[in-house]
Design a protein around this ligand. Structure first.
Ligand SMILES: Cc1cc2nc3c(=O)[nH]c(=O)nc-3n(C[C@H](O)[C@H](O)[C@H](O)COP(=O)(O)OP(=O)(O)OC[C@H]3O[C@@H](n4cnc5c(N)ncnc54)[C@H](O)[C@@H]3O)c2cc1C
Length: 471
């Protein structure tokens, strides 16, 4: 198709999701000079930005400022936002194949991975992803209640940055979080919390931990919180120490040094402890109805035949009493109807962003993946920039070589959604709601007052639209 005004060919792209990877892909696609790109972005929630709004911790507001870049992308000619439109509910893949030249999957991975251990179903055992959604006001996790007034000791399984986020949110004085955009319900429950200690368990040693040094130090820097680690557990085994010295990144070396310093200082009077534990792997959650302890086995590091350092059980176990467990062992995407799925990492199978019919199978022309839908749940916001750019490069290469979807329908997607009775949130609607949330927050001394149900969001959006039409 050609734009009659400019004689430039028109290229229609559908993007599913509105997190960082979706916006970076939109930015690179809309910047193409030799083609008139029309890009429609579909988001299942009324509100955009994925994990930037609903994952990044409320005390990491500087990180959330990245949305200023996404706002500029949304202002570009050729961009349309369809909020409150879910692939699989309001639209099917075939609808998109009939209307677009290319489709980009950017729907991320939204659930906590299970570890499949006995006792995982006990009350008090939760996924970290659900807790993250809860304190960030995600409509899907609004009902979560943690009974924090009954919890003195929580155990976090896993030692990545998400584990540190939940530990920090649970341990810090709630009044520090009050001026942020934290969910009101979460803040209220944190105010009633009896938590005195959070233990974070890693199955390998301090040299192999997944967190960044900065995030580790940040917990210790919170007033009233003290990082506690035994000298024995803070000291890498000789093989890991040698590896760290020779191959470890500066960040890894820094975090191990930091732990060593913490292990050598005198215990102080901080009222809340953040205990870092290493070489402990959970084998069961114990309790009758509610979790009462985690049974862990002691691990050791060994070098396998290929020279890789791995952990294995020593055969001894111990029970760590606690009243709550948070599983922070990764995220997983759910399969979407009509979209290929890779069981291994919960993402869309692909080669360099070109989607495959099944893992290892043929490429499905016109279908692409970016972000966590492409790589599985790994990488920070910035990782998605180069990654989305690489996928868009493949898309443009395929366009030039004539590979695409050959859309057959002239009906605009907005018209189709109207016919189906979907209530679409446009970018102008989102900007109204955004301004409303900020203004409501200001009245309450917060950065933003998030609405936490889709119904409330839609009600306020309708009111704001009506008020603007009347004025
Ligand atoms: C708890 C947590 C904290 C983090 N903190 C930081 C941090 O401080 N700094 C940092 O740099 N990185 C951080 N990250 C990493 C960062 O958030 C990710 O790299 C990034 O969000 C991945 O982007 P994405 O676009 O692939 O997925 P997402 O951000 O998850 O976006 C996916 C979007 O798709 C939508 N969607 C899902 N299904 C459908 C459907 N069927 N139809 C339509 N839309 C759909 C979702 O609602 C969502 O909006 C954090 C991650 C987590 C989990």
């Amino acid at each position: 198709m050609t734009n009659p005004d400019s004689q430039t060919p028109t290229w229609r792209i559908a993007v599913i999701g509105s997190g960082p990877s979706a916006f970076y892909a939109a930015q690179f696609a809309l910047n193409q000079k030799d083609v008139d790109v029309r890009l429609d972005m579909f988001e299942r929630l009324p509100v955009p930005f994925g994990l930037v709004r609903l994952g990044v911790a409320p005390d990491h507001q500087v990180v959330k400022r990245v949305v200023n870049i996404y706002n500029k992308v949304a202002a570009a000619p050729g961009f349309r936002y369809f909020g409150n439109v879910e692939l699989g509910r309001d639209l099917q893949i075939e609808d998109l194949e009939r209307r677009y030249d290319q489709i980009i999957y950017a729907f991320g991975c939204s659930k906590s991975s299970n570890i499949g251990l006995p006792g995982e179903e006990l009350a008090g055992v939760h996924g970290a992803a659900e807790m993250v959604g809860w304190y960030n006001g995600h409509p899907d996790f609004r009902g979560e209640r943690y009974g924090l007034s009954e919890v003195e000791h929580a155990v976090v399984i896993g030692n990545g940055n998400v584990a540190l986020d939940v530990a920090r949110v649970l341990l810090q004085p709630p009044e520090r979080l009050a001026p942020s955009d934290i969910s009101d319900a979460a803040l209220e429950e944190l105010r009633r919390s009896s938590i005195r200690e959070v233990s974070m368990l890693g199955r390998r040693g301090p040299a192999q931990a997944a967190y960044s040094a900065k995030e580790l130090e940040e917990v210790d820097e919170v007033d009233e919180v003290e990082l506690v680690v035994s000298k024995q557990e803070a000291t890498p085994d000789p093989k890991s120490a040698a590896w760290l010295e020779e191959h470890g990144s500066r960040g890894k070396q820094r975090s191990v040094r930091y732990l060593k310093t913490c292990s050598e200082r005198e215990p102080d009077q901080h009222s809340r402890k953040f205990r870092c534990r290493f070489l402990l792997s959970p084998v069961a959650f114990l309790g009758s109805e509610r979790v009462e302890a985690v049974r862990v086995e002691q691990m050791e590091i060994y070098e396998d035949d290929a020279g890789v350092l791995r952990s294995r059980s020593t055969g001894t176990t111990q029970d760590i009493p606690c009243q709550m467990v948070l599983l922070s062992v990764g995220y997983r995407g759910d399969p979407l109807p009509g979209v290929p799925y890779n069981e291994r990492n919960g993402a869309v199978p692909n080669v360099d962003g070109r989607v495959q019919h099944e893992p290892g199978g043929d490429v499905r022309a016109g279908h692409f993946a970016v972000g966590w839908s492409k790589r599985g749940p790994s990488g920070i916001i910035g990782t998605n920039m180069a990654d989305s750019r690489a996928t868009v490069m493949c898309m443009m290469e395929d366009r030039r070589s004539g590979s695409g979807l050959n859309p057959s329908s002239d009906q605009d997607t907005a018209e189709l959604l109207r016919e189906r009775g979907a209530e679409v949130v446009t970018w102008a609607d989102w900007l109204r709601l955004d301004a409303w949330e900020v203004a409501e927050g200001k009245k309450r001394g917060k950065l933003r007052q998030k609405l936490e149900t889709v119904e409330e969001m839609m009600r306020v959006i309708r009111e704001l639209r009506d008020a603007e039409a009347d004025s």
